[in-house]
Design a protein around this ligand. Structure first.
Ligand code: F6R
Length: 613
């Protein structure tokens, strides 16, 4: 889960790479580096730390030329120091590589290379790749064939980009398995390579996605795609609708803040083209869902990781309630070990912002192996989870850069609601009045989100009172129980405060012992079918001296009289309430972390897309 950028063309590669890496820094930020061909020699600049350190380094010792490749790293093998930073040069210093993934057989390969006299200068698995390429070049192969031979030797999943000082007219890249994408951006007399679209959006919107076990030879004017076995491929050129501006921070201090505040627009976009308010109907054409198929479905497995899995938990409730189809939510990393009982009447529905999360993709693969139909709800256009699915729903939220997911949580909640209504409709399991009412409720959602966002200053004030807490409990019931999990995840990942989400009804079975004056308790108590139960939960927490921060519906005097602080939300139809109740929790987490002076967009040890298992 590192970021990769490459450039070949008449311009200086250095600023193009630095800019591209800046947009990918969310993928990893332990170290960064670039390699540029300057006057026939490969010049490498790299160091530990964030991209700003690399930018300084390039200012201290400038480098310019083309082609060039760059990398921002999330360490897997070897500490995040300068020695282990990419790019890695071979012994001859004529070949250089950047890599995303793990060479699973690297110990074995390193032993073989060491026995041949190769000296390793880092602890990384990546370095084996460049030494192998050099080894094959020494035996008479050109860069392309030496790279191919190497790609066939290494095990695991990879995105790899290579260049050689002796063949300055090309860059060779490959994608093997699900270690993240390799995207080739097509320019005029220049071409770009990246692990992710935002890196190259300012230059082009015409892109080719490499599939697994494909490699490409990229020159200024041509892109030649082949399988690793040498079969030529006619790649499809995709047009990406995102623009570069949507990947900019604009007036906001952090991407996370911007993305929270973008939710009125992203929720509007999520509905666009899908909802026919006059007919009271939903259209999800990319799902390829027919009435015949809808009637055949006996079970839906929702699978995802982290925040996306919490969206899946809400989805399970919605689909079961509205479409009456049994659902199960299985965490992506567990799915394949749970030996799921699935057949051709089962759907595996993966939810993923990046569409590249290794565990979610592995769950999809398990579903494929067992002969089921695969669906996905994905944000990153052209990502693996979108491409391997039989049908998909695109989140339509634009790029999400902040590592903590926000707008890519609320969009799938709406997608899952729409899916539930569509399934119910196609199965003939819903009367017209109910269907129309459910569809009409969707119209309210963007404005309701906007109402919560307008309370930003109030929420920031509450955040000041909580900035020094060490622990926090989040409680919810029913459809807002997953929101307790999500609220706690948001707080812990960006503020490093220990936070737990819990089903409120489970408190009395143990966790209530934790509550005292040092344990703030966030209670999700909007006016939904579980409201009364949550009131008694708040009372129990207060009776034990806990400080209660309640998420409550505007005008709820009872909650206001019991809680120490209230995060107000507007009245919302209960099945859509998670879209609204999660927003103040996103804002609270954001403000607490920002007040603590933390790096909100790039929290420690995390990265945006987790392409390792
Ligand atoms: C938390 C967060 C992660 C992701 C998880 C899955 O804020 O962002 O928990 O939700 O890593 O990522 P995707 O959705 O890309 O599969």
């Amino acid at each position: 889960m590192c970021g990769i950028v490459g450039y070949i063309g008449p311009r200086d590669a250095t600023p193009i790479i630095l800019n591209g890496l800046k947009r990918l820094e969310y993928r990893g930020y332990d170290s960064a580096g670039l390699a540029v061909l300057q006057a026939g020699k490969i010049e490498v600049r790299r160091d530990a730390g964030k991209l700003s350190r690399l930018t300084e380094l390039v200012q201290e010792t400038p480098v310019s030329g083309s082609p060039g490749i760059g990398h921002t790293r999330w360490a897997t093998h070897g500490a995040p120091n300068a020695r282990n930073a990419h790019p890695h040069l071979g012994s001859t210093k004529r070949v250089v590589v950047v890599h995303n993934g793990i060479v699973e057989n690297f110990l074995e390969l390193r032993d073989e290379l060491t026995a041949e006299g190769v000296k390793f200068s880092s602890e990384t698995d990546t370095e084996t790749i460049v030494h192998l390429v050099e080894h094959h070049i020494a035996s008479g192969l050109d860069l392309t064939e030496a790279a191919r031979r190497t790609f066939l030797q290494i095990q695991g999943a990879h995105g790899i980009v290579l260049l050689s000082a002796d063949e300055p007219d090309k860059i060779v890249c490959a994608r093997i398995g699900n270690a993240g994408g390799v995207v080739i951006g097509l320019g005029e007399g220049e071409n770009f390579i990246a692990s992710d679209i935002p890196a190259i959006l300012e230059h082009t919107r015409r892109v080719i996605f490499l599939e697994s076990r494909q490699m490409a030879v990229v020159t200024r004017d041509t892109v030649q795609v082949e399988t690793l076995d040498g079969m030529a491929i006619q790649p499809q050129v995709h047009s990406v609708a995102w623009d570069a501006v949507s990947a900019e921070k604009g007036e906001y201090r952090h991407f996370m803040q911007k993305e929270i505040h973008e939710q009125v627009r992203s929720l509007t976009d999520t509905l666009a083209g899908r909802v026919d308010f006059n007919a009271g109907r939903i259209r999800l054409p990319e799902l390829n869902l027919t009435p015949g198929l809808a009637r055949k479905i006996e079970k839906i497995y929702l699978t995802a990781c982290g925040t996306a899995a919490y969206a899946g938990m809400v989805g399970k409730i919605l689909i079961e309630k509205i479409a009456r189809i049994p659902c199960a939510l299985e965490i992506g990393s567990e799915f394949r070990y749970s030996d799921p009982i699935i057949d051709e009447n089962t759907i595996v529905l993966a939810i993923s912002q990046s569409g590249e999360t290794a565990d979610t993709l592995a769950a999809m693969e398990e579903g494929r192996k067992k002969g089921t139909r695969l669906w996905s709800i994905v944000n990153a256009i052209g990502s693996q989870a979108m491409r391997i699915a039989d049908g998909y729903i695109s989140m339509q939220t634009g790029p999400e850069i902040g590592v903590a997911s926000t707008k890519a949580f609320t969009a799938p909640l709406v997608d899952l609601y729409m899916l539930a209504v569509l399934l119910a409709d196609l199965r003939g399991g819903i009367d017209e009045k109910t269907r129309r009412a459910l569809v009409a409720d969707l119209r309210l959602i963007p404005a309701l989100a906007g109402k919560v966002l307008s309370r930003d200053a109030e929420i920031e004030k509450i955040a000041y009172t909580l900035k020094d807490i060490r622990d926090c409990l989040y409680l919810g019931r029913g459809i807002n129980m997953p929101i307790a999990y999500e609220g706690a995840l948001k707080l812990k990942e960006i503020s490093y405060i220990h936070a737990e989400g819990y089903p409120a009804g489970e408190m009395k079975h143990g966790p209530i012992a934790l509550i005292d004056e040092n344990m703030p308790v966030v209670c999700l108590a909007p006016k939904d079918p579980w409201h009364e139960k949550m009131i008694s939960q708040i009372q129990q927490a207060k009776a034990r001296g806990g400080m209660v921060i309640a998420v409550a519906t505007e005008g709820d005097e009872l909650v206001a009289s019991l809680a120490d602080h209230v995060l107000w939300v507007p009245e919302t139809p209960w099945m859509l309430s998670p879209v609204v109740t999660v927003i103040p929790l996103q804002m609270l987490a954001y403000h607490i972390a920002a007040i603590r002076g933390l790096d909100v967009d790039q929290p420690r040890n995390l990265a945006k897309s987790v392409t390792v298992e």
